[in-house]
Design a protein around this ligand. Structure first.
Ligand code: COA
Length: 168
């Protein structure tokens, strides 16, 4: 039987959420570029905001996938994460995050990192994960990103199945 929350939460469009910051010396390595872990932390936060604003339910990060650090980010640069819910399963949400960096004086903007985070809506205590609203796909870009998210979700399903099988 479907969870009653599904009827109460109509499908909705996902907005592109933006989160800006500036790279401080304690976030950099010996080469003066930003630590990968700090990049991931910012992306995780942006993913949480996108998921929370989309479903208005408590969420946890279940996994991160396919994070490509393409271009290094330097100390003092302004960084901005653009996060959007691109796929929803029954209780999980895939968020795509693009991280841009720009020189604070020159304003040249570059796409440095892209990653995907799976977030799961959780209930209180021992309650199982809760259903999330459906996602309305407004345009071709959203439909294309949905397919990426679907692939990621399928990968998670296969991985978890294999993990379960290898436990016996
Ligand atoms: C994520 C978590 C809630 C899943 O709980 P669970 O009982 O295994 O959940 P279920 O098997 O019922 O699966 C629920 C959903 O989570 C998804 N999921 C479970 N583990 C996942 C993983 N490792 N990666 C991505 N998605 C995952 C499932 O695919 C399923 O999605 P669907 O309903 O859209 O098909 C649980 O593993 C957990 O609490 N993990 C710790 C989270 C955490 O501490 N994060 C860091 C701090 S926020």
């Amino acid at each position: 039987m479907e969870h009653p929350l599904l009827d109460e939460r109509p499908a909705r469009v996902a907005a592109e959420e933006r989160m800006a910051d500036i790279v401080l010396p304690n976030q950099t390595n010996g080469f003066g570029t930003m630590f990968g872990g700090d990049v991931m932390a910012m992306m995780d936060k942006a993913a949480a905001i996108a998921a929370l604003r989309f479903c208005r339910q408590p969420v946890v990060t279940a996994s991160s996938e396919r994070t490509d650090f393409r271009i290094p980010i330097s100390q003092g640069e302004i960084i901005e994460a653009l996060a959007r819910v691109i796929y929803v399963g029954k209780t999980s949400i895939v968020v795509r995050i693009h991280l841009y960096a720009e020189h604070p004086l020159l304003g040249d903007r570059r796409l440095c990192t892209t990653g995907y985070f799976s977030m799961v809506a959780v209930g209180a205590g021992e309650e199982p994960p809760l259903p999330v609203p459906g996602l309305l796909l407004e345009d071709d870009e959203a439909r294309q990103e949905w397919r990426v998210g679907e692939e990621i979700h399928q990968g998670v399903v296969i991985r978890r199945r294999q993990q379960k099988a290898s436990q016996f």
